[in-house]
Design a protein around this ligand. Structure first.
Ligand code: ZN
Length: 747
């Protein structure tokens, strides 16, 4: 799924909205409710749009609010947004907790399944758009995995009128009864279904204005909009329109039959296999021939015209659009053929017989199998929303072909599809466009973390809480982590012995790393094709390609935040060389993990650049020297923006300011204190000498963080005896500095 990032442009064009005394404008029309069409460029901070859209999607923010926020710089806008939304309880609030939504468990429930659904035949017998009602019959083809005389299917809100059950193969009927309450259709039957044998359960049901509903109306199930109808099932809404085993890992093939309302046209997931007219009504049949998760089934009804195209590689494309949007759609979808072939080259041949997109009222896109739902207000005739189209298309691999086994691993489809947007942007519009997008993601993330009231709450990319499975962090930081991994793979491909080298040569080395990274991406899309994938599978593939890199994954996938880097350099000239001394460390941040990964350093003198690879060390300050041709050299850290970080130049030497030891004189020992200034941690040690210069006691003090520092000596010598009274000297070392202080030990 893809929350639209730029869909509110029309509302913004109405512009110059209300911000009265820091309070956001009054709530008004729901998202998607029209306005004047404007070019994308009129919104001055697209980064802010990226942030606001999930909140708009969830109905927590109106387009008017967003317009008001757009008047402010990013950091201020985030603060206002946080104040506007108020404190966010983790799971009691939107974005994705609707009153009907059954939040998935945090992890896949333990224990084996009792059934395996192999095929669903869903027939929509009747759709009444004015009454928002439907009547359907679904045949669930399933295999027992243990002896069964009862089973449960997920089915919510509809009224069940009949349930029948037959043995597959013989057609022998079971003696069955059912109950339907609390979203569970429970079927008791006789005789027992033996493990390995299969049954068909046929369920007839109907509903009027039912589905997953919140204050803005129907969100899941069969959704009747002002323009048409679509079925929406992600993450746990399939049960609102057909009886199912509503878990992502129970993949099945589908037959979808729609009795199309007179005068309307339909499209659906899968491929069209049959279309007949009965008493003036079209009855259309689609088949999904490969097993997919229940949340990927869908159909659409609207006033469609079908546009067709074919990719240069031969993939048929179909677009179900409105007559009045044909021209705009032809412009907006013009790059789809190139997109399909680009992703096919990266991720393995497009895995389906066709790809389609169908329009309806929706605030983004949703990757139904072979036929994505696309919000009609995304069709502008200027390719503003091309990233959304690339995102949904990428899901045909990440999500549909290989499916996160459970919702805690949802970044394996959403982070990956968002990353595919970035890759297509780079392919189509160049590396600088990739850098611009990365810079936006990083800016938003850092601004959000800096503001405790920000509505974007940091959480691990993998294993978010159930209500965060579609959060900004899963999508955008997830994509950013993959981008960083590509940067790591590029740097890893350079032999350690290589000295700083000209940039062109450095680029050539890193291309091998690109191949490694894209092999990881390709293996992710192909090795578990038609099956399930977990974060552990990803780690295994990544490790086998670029080595054991646990600290990278532990920090970036399972932990929070990002590193802050301090570096400095100085140069010494002589003997026909300029010796550049560089120092780099991670600034200590409470509660933030220590990151470890290779980083790209560029030395620049005028237009002359040399490139180097260093390793960002998790614990210590790194110091190194390079001999460069005579000149005035600057150091650029991570010039291609692979790392999600903040870096800045700080003074080269840590500065320690000691206080006098106290009490002094003393018979009970001494406390040494001071302030370690600057950004660098430093190792400390303390030694005590008697008046003859003999060392009587010493100790290492470990690594000091910047800030107040204390150490103590209790007057005991290294030999365990008390130091006799007299004059002593204490030498305290902090980093490269040392201080001698006089002590008087009282007898
Ligand atoms: Zn998505």
């Amino acid at each position: 799924m893809h929350p639209t990032r730029r869909w509110l442009l029309p509302a913004l064009a109405a512009a110059a909205l209300v911000l009265v005394a820091g309070r956001l404008g009054p709530a008004a029309d729901a998202p998607g409710s029209g306005g004047t069409q404007v070019p994308a460029g009129e919104f001055h901070d697209p980064g802010l749009l990226r942030v606001l859209t999930p909140f708009l999607e969830a109905g927590r923010l109106t387009p008017q609010d967003a317009t008001a926020l757009s008047q402010f710089p990013l950091d201020r806008a985030l603060r206002l947004l946080g104040a506007h939304l108020g404190p966010q309880q983790d799971c009691d609030e939107p974005p994705f907790s609707h009153d009907c939504m059954e939040l998935p468990d945090l992890i896949r429930p333990p224990g084996p399944d009792s059934i395996d659904v192999t095929h669903y035949t869903i027939e929509i017998l009747e759709l009444n758009e004015s009454a928002k009602s439907f009547r359907a019959v679904t045949n669930v083809h399933l295999t027992g995995l243990k002896p069964l005389d009862a089973l449960d299917l997920d089915l919510a809100k509809v009224t069940v009128t009949d349930v029948g059950m037959t043995l597959r193969g013989t057609g022998a009927p079971f003696n069955s009864t059912f109950t339907h309450r609390d979203s569970v259709l429970h079927v008791d039957f006789f005789p027992t279904l033996t493990p390995g044998s299969s049954a068909d359960i046929q369920v007839a049901y109907q509903g009027t204005n039912v589905g997953c509903q919140d204050t803005r109306g129907l969100r899941g199930g069969i959704v009747f909009t002002t323009e048409g109808v679509h079925a929406f099932s992600e993450p746990t809404y399939a049960r609102y329109w057909y009886p199912c085993h509503d878990v992502p890992w129970d993949k099945a093939t589908f037959t979808l039959i729609v009795n199309v309302p007179p005068g309307r046209k339909a499209s659906a997931a899968g491929i069209l296999t049959d279309s007949v007219t009965v008493n003036g009504q079209d009855v259309m049949t689609w088949v999904v021939p490969q097993r997919v998760s229940p949340y990927l089934a869908s159909f659409y009804v609207n006033d469609y015209v079908m546009l067709t195209d074919t990719s240069p590689g031969g993939v048929p494309l179909e677009y179900f659009v409105y007559p009045q949007l044909v021209d705009n759609a032809q412009t907006d979808f013009a790059n789809l053929p190139d997109m399909v072939d680009f992703f096919s080259g990266l991720l393995g041949a497009y895995p389906n017989p066709r790809y389609a997109m169908s329009l309806n009222v929706f605030g983004g896109g949703m990757e139904h199998q072979m036929n994505s739902l696309i919000g009609s207000n995304l069709i502008r005739g200027n390719r503003t929303y091309e990233t959304v189209f690339s995102h949904e298309l990428a899901h045909m691999w990440f999500g549909n072909l290989v499916t996160p086994e459970y919702w805690n691993d949802v970044w394996l489809k959403e982070g990956f599809a968002t990353y595919c947007e970035l890759l297509y942007t780079e392919h189509r519009y160049g590396f600088d466009e990739r850098k611009a997008t990365v810079a936006l993601i990083d800016t938003v993330y850092k601004a959000a973390l800096a503001d405790p009231d920000s509505p974007i709450k940091d959480h691990p990319v993998a294993e978010p809480s159930p209500c965060k499975i579609f959060s900004w962090v899963v999508y955008d930081k997830g994509a950013r982590v993959l981008d960083m991994l590509r940067g790591v793979a590029r740097l890893q491909s350079i032999p350690v012995s290589v000295e700083p080298i000209p940039s062109r040569e450095f680029e050539a080395w890193t291309r091998a790393g690109d191949e490694t990274f894209f092999r990881i991406l390709n293996r992710m899309a192909t090795e578990h094709a038609y099956g399930m994938i977990t974060t552990d599978d990803f780690l295994a593939i990544a490790r086998s390609e670029i080595g054991n890199f646990d600290q990278f994954f532990d920090t970036w996938i399972f932990d929070l935040a990002y590193p802050v880097i301090a570096l400095d350099w100085k140069q010494e000239h002589g003997d026909g060389v300029t010796r550049l001394r560089v120092r780099m460390c991670q600034v200590w941040q409470d509660g933030v993990p220590r990151f470890a990964m290779p980083v790209h350093i560029r030395y620049r003198s005028g237009s002359w650049t040399l490139d180097d690879r260093l390793f960002l060390n998790p614990a210590a300050t790194l110091e190194w020297a390079v001999d460069l041709p005579p000149g005035t050299w600057e150091v650029e850290f991570d010039p291609d923006d692979w790392l999600l970080d903040t870096h800045r130049r700080v003074p080269y030497f840590a500065n320690f300011a000691p206080a006098p030891p106290y009490p002094n004189p003393s018979s009970t020992g001494f406390t040494f204190s001071g302030e370690l200034q600057g950004e660098f941690p430093a190792d400390g040690s303390l030694a005590v000498y008697d008046i003859q210069g003999r060392r009587v006691w010493d100790a290492g003090l470990g690594t000091f963080k910047p800030g107040p520092v204390t150490a103590g000596w209790d007057g005991t010598r290294n030999d365990g005896r008390r130091a006799p009274g007299g004059v002593y000297f204490a030498r305290m070392r902090v980093g490269s500095q040392s201080f001698l202080q006089r002590l008087v030990v009282l007898p």
